[in-house]
Design a protein around this ligand. Structure first.
Ligand code: FAD
Length: 495
């Protein structure tokens, strides 16, 4: 069999990871083919998003207005009945100056709708999207991945050549091994999830109505996610040692577990489980916490669940999928443009991706210690992130997905607007800005962007107003790279 077509990049999988990486590469003028096994819209779990995805990634993609228009439930934070505290405690994203104002929320999304918006957007920015096309294998030439073989809806096999193959085909990926590594399952997170959908369930009181609610009970914990006024996603995550509690009929097992968790039982007391359509099934997932030993090899890169995933309690899945997609796109774009060599470019991708994954992993290990209270969870967040400010802020930045200090997670437009608004004060000293009062100026002064900008002096401030890079970063490791001003490539820092 020989290649019928040639592309710069071929992406397997049209979930958030695949659509995002494909769009970011096509936006730089490269030829991208995306092959998706299913016909969209298709069901997927993973409905609670983080501000980093909604404002950072969706903003860079240029899809924020459509997401806003879709009418998803606004998520202002999370509420937990967790640890030693018998009463629920809550956090708001707005606590973090880096998510202040218009970026202080995320959404609870029906993935059928959210993923469809991202896939349609990929088409709009020039990606050749082909649904009902399943990638069967990765081809090789001279020690590097050179394309894929796929089967279309009529069952016909095709071979396409590409300079790079991206595996974004999720946790059931059949091709991740072509990157040369193995999937190592977590010994710590050996949980089983059981989930279904309810109509007519109660809501938390305002202003927490749109929060994700996580409630621990003896065998594990529940998520409770409001997807619309009528629809609620409810899932139980139980530890392997209680595997017998999820044996037998899944719907009956879910009902039994709900009774074991009084707060969830109360919220569902007037509700009925959906029994028809895409939401009519009680589904079971296990062995979903793992990481691959290799994230890339010459000619191939893994993003999202194809590479790694860790327990869903902090809703990090779509964040890790879309953030890794951005990192991979920067590497692909830089190599395709001939600006950075492949080894250096993908070493940057892998270091940043593994770091983000390990932040969540390490923090989650301590969060699963039910003998602690929320103050000690906040302290653990500060420890794993090395965050300089308060414990609570460290926690909120971590669970908002902005702890990695990537400039992409700042809403550049609103930051720039705020920056312009107070441009007069910026020429003065910090204390004058502080004294000028008003929420806007105070928020600006407190923000991490401003902290950094202030350090750099007025020249850098003027540069930011005129459209330069707002959130200049330090290199991640000696010899590392920095994101370009448009966020879509890497640049080699000046000596
Ligand atoms: P996916 O969304 O799985 O997309 C992969 C795509 O590839 C699919 O469309 C699939 O059809 C396609 N595909 C598969 N094989 C092929 C092939 N051979 N050829 C072509 N296409 C193929 N995340 C959150 O952010 N918030 C949550 O609240 C949350 N809750 C979760 C609860 C549970 C129990 C679990 C297990 C996960 C949860 N997640 C959550 C994680 C989330 O589901 C995933 O991390 C996220 O969907 C990963 O996106 P992705 O694009 O990598 O993969």
């Amino acid at each position: 069999m020989s290649a019928e077509e040639e592309f710069d990049v071929v992406v397997a999988g049209g979930g958030p990871g695949g659509s995002t990486v494909a769009s970011f590469v096509a936006m730089q003028g490269h030829r991208v083919l995306l092959l998706e096994k299913e016909a969209f819209p298709r069901y997927q779990i993973g409905e609670s998003l983080l501000p980093a995805t909604v404002h950072g990634i969706c903003g860079l993609l240029g899809v924020s207005a459509e997401i806003e228009k879709a009418g998803f439930v606004r998520k202002l934070g999370g509420t937990f009945r967790w640890g030693t505290s018998p009463e629920p405690w809550s956090f708001s994203f707005a606590i973090s100056p880096r998510m202040a104002g218009p970026t202080s929320h995320a959404y609870q999304v029906e993935r059928m709708k959210f993923d469809d918006i991202l896939l349609k957007h990929a088409r709009k920015v020039g990606v050749d999207v082909r649904e009902q096309c399943a990638v069967a294998e990765v081809t090789e030439d001279a020690g590097r991945a050179s394309g894929v073989v796929y089967t279309d809806s009529a069952g016909t096999r095709h071979e396409v050549a590409a300079k790079f193959v991206v595996d974004a085909s999720g946790n059931k990926s059949r091709i991740h091994r072509a990157a040369g590594g193995e999937r190592a399952y977590s010994d710590f997170f050996r949980n089983i999830a059981l989930f279904g959908y309810f109509e007519g369930a109660k809501r938390l009181p305002e202003p927490r109505k749109g929060n994700i609610f996580c409630a621990a009970f003896d065998e594990g914990w529940f998520w409770y996610i409001p997807l619309s006024d009528r629809l609620t996603s409810v899932g139980a995550v139980v530890s392997r040692e209680f595997a017998e509690s999820v044996q037998g009929d899944s719907a009956e097992a879910l009902s039994r577990l709900i009774v074991r968790c009084p707060r969830i039982a109360d919220l569902l007391s007037d509700a009925e489980r959906v029994t028809e359509g895409a939401y009519g099934e009680v589904r079971v997932r296990k062995d979903y916490s793992y990481r691959n030993s290799r994230f890339w090899r010459p000619g191939m890169v893994l993003v999202g669940d194809a590479a790694c995933f860790v327990d869903p309690v902090f809703s990090s899945g779509v964040h890790l999928a879309t953030y890794s997609a951005l990192l991979a796109a920067r590497s692909l774009n830089s190599v395709l443009a001939g600006e950075v060599d492949e080894e250096r470019s993908f070493a940057e991708f892998e270091a940043r991706y593994r770091h983000e994954y390990s932040l969540f992993y390490e923090f989650l290990v301590s969060f699963y210690d039910m003998n602690s209270d929320h103050e000690s969870y906040f302290w653990q967040a500060k420890r794993v992130t090395n965050f300089a400010d308060s414990e609570l802020e460290a926690f909120v930045e971590l669970v908002g997905g902005v702890a990695s200090l990537d400039g992409a997670f700042v809403d550049v437009e609103s930051a720039r607007a705020r920056f312009k608004h107070t441009a007069g004060e910026l020429e003065s000293s910090v204390s004058e800005v502080d004294r000028s009062g008003g929420d806007d100026a105070t928020a600006l002064y407190q923000s991490a962007i401003m902290g950094h900008v202030m350090e750099q002096g007025t020249q850098v401030q003027a540069h930011a107003v005129l459209g330069g890079e707002l959130d200049a970063e330090d290199v991640f490791f000696p010899g590392g790279l920095l994101p370009s001003a448009d966020g879509l490539r890497w640049v080699v820092p000046a000596e």
